[in-house]
Ligand binder design. Sequence first.
Ligand SMILES: Nc1ncnc2c1ncn2[C@@H]1O[C@H](COP(=O)(O)OP(=O)(O)OP(=O)(O)O)[C@@H](O)[C@H]1O
Length: 248
Amino acid sequence: MAIVKVENVSKRYLLGEQVVEALRDVTLEVEPGSFLAIAGPSGSGKSTLLNIFGCIDNPSEGKVFVDGQDVSGKTPDELAEVRARTIGFIFQNFNLLPVLSAQENVDYPLLQLRELSKAQRRERVAYYLDMVGLTRYAGHRPNQLSGGQRQRVAIARALATHSKVVLADEPTANLDRETGRGILELMQGINRDAGTTFIFSTHDAHVMDMADRLVHMEDGRIITLETKLAGVESVRHSEAAHPQGPGV
Ligand SMILES: Nc1ncnc2c1ncn2[C@@H]1O[C@H](COP(=O)(O)OP(=O)(O)OP(=O)(O)O)[C@@H](O)[C@H]1O
């Protein structure tokens, strides 16, 4: 079963009098354990697709499934619950709370999981800060950390809720190439060791190379889907090869 799936999803925004077609009839299934990159020119719909996968935005048409649940008809409170328990987010500008330390930033989304005791939360925060190599920096606030360290805090925060899927919108865009590569290697290691699904958008060819699945978008549509398994690369042109839409 797909961990996230969109079926015939379109998204239109109204910009004054003008209608912007951000997504046009997109169908995509992402299998658990994928390390999937979404590439495409600026404005092609990458962030919109990630936001719809993450239940931050609703499609104008089509269906969205997260962890087997059809989220189309859910209330805002129900969607918040799905997000809190299933999905982690990483952003290009890190989105950490500036007044909180690294450990408090990682703890913050855990406050929504009311079944966790304070001791369990403390244990989880310590575990994930260790996983991203930041135990020594637990008490530092974001402005006392480098860009790469801030993104590591964001990764720990995304994982601490035991998210099944981490959605990352250009996670390396504000980092130099070497630091960006380190962040991708960290995400890839977690993907391989823990089986967490990662879906990230990128403009960077080096980052695309690290993905095991690569979706190319243009003008709100999926143009191609590449799968790299055991050294074999296949490229599917979504409409010709997949009348039902591509499955990843
Ligand atoms: N809230 C909004 N209101 C109006 N138009 C929007 C809104 N969000 C996105 N769009 C438009 O939808 C289209 C797709 O935008 P989107 O941000 O998904 O592209 P992208 O591929 O992520 O671009 P980038 O690589 O520059 O981040 C663009 O034409 C954009 O201007």
